[in-house]
Each structure stands twice: as C-alpha cells, then as structure tokens.
Design a protein around this ligand. Structure first.
Ligand code: RTP
Ligand code: MG
Length: 142
C-alpha cells in the first residue's frame, strides 16, 4: 500500500462540540498521522474557493455559510492508503446513512453539519493540501 497524504477538515459543528481530539484519535488509532494542522476561521472567499466544484449545486450557499459559521481545524493526514482510509473513517455524507462507528455517525447532526471533510481522490488531495498549506508547513515524519 502506498503512503498518501489527504486533507481533512474538522468542521464548525464538531469544533463547537469540542471534539477535535476525539476525532483526531479516530485517525491516529487507524494508523494515520497528523503532519500539518491549524485552527482557522475561513473567510467567505476561502470557503467558496475550496468548494468551487460545488458552485452550481443547490446546496452551495448553505455549505459556504455553514463552513464560515465558526472556526475549523484543517489538517494533513498521512499514512498507508490515507485518502480512502479517511473517507471510510468519516462515513457517508448524510450521518443518518453513515455506518455505526464512523465519525459522522457518532459526531454529526445533519448532511450540512456533518463534522468532517476529507479529500475524495489523489488529485483533489494534492489540490486541497496546497490550498491551505505551504510545502514547508507539511512536516516529514521520522
Ligand atoms: P466533504 O466534501 O465535505 O468531505 O463531503 P462529501 O465528499 O461527503 O460530500 P460532497 O458531495 O463533496 O458535498 C460537500 C458537502 O456539501 C454538503 N451537501 N449537502 N443537501 C445536500 O444534498 C448536500 N449534499 C452535499 C455536505 O455538507 C457535504 O459534506
Ligand atoms: Mg466532497
């Protein structure tokens, strides 16, 4: 299995619930490591740019409003198969459909307030990491 990096965001609902540590523990327990991370209050422009692929979707306005409703924790996770592994740990977009034991099943309230974001492909992981972190901000594990 290849070592990959993926972008993860702990969204405003989960930050407000004070469960950043509990969510990061899910990643660490599954063999992923945090190699970059920071708290941020996204501007509207940053959120719109990040979710630009969804610009034409009916939920875009709500998505952006939600993502700027409070601080987020953005991080880079690294490990074997990190992109798919993160998506598995997150669970389905709609927490009502997420498998028991996934982050969204356990911490999310709705399809809008769904606790976490994770890159969905290698191509998007590279773009999304680059969107939030300079190369020198992503550390090398030893
Ligand atoms: P994310 O990008 O945040 O990791 O979530 P995802 O891949 O599971 O879902 P995606 O299709 O990329 O959608 C991005 C976010 O938009 C909201 N959404 N609302 N009302 C709706 O039908 C709907 N569909 C998507 C969700 O908050 C989702 O996380
Ligand atoms: Mg997505």
């Amino acid at each position: 299995m290849a070592v990959e990096r993926t972008l993860s965001i702990i969204k405003p609902d989960a930050v407000a619930k004070n469960v950043i540590g509990k969510i990061i523990s899910r990643f660490e327990d599954a063999g992923l490591a945090v190699v970059a991370g920071r708290m941020m209050q996204l501007s509207r422009e940053q959120a719109e740019g990040f979710y630009a692929v969804h610009r034409e979707r009916p939920f875009f306005g709500e998505l952006v409003s939600f993502m700027i409703s409070g601080p987020v924790f953005v991080q880079v996770l690294e490990g074997d198969n990190a992109i798919a592994k993160n998506r598995d740990l997150m669970g389905a977009t709609d927490p009502k459909k997420a498998d028991p034991g996934t982050i969204r099943a356990d911490f999310a309230d709705s399809i809008d307030a769904n606790a976490v974001h994770g890159s969905d492909s290698a191509e998007n992981a590279a773009i999304e990491i680059d969107y939030f972190f300079k190369p020198e901000e992503v550390t090398v594990r030893r």
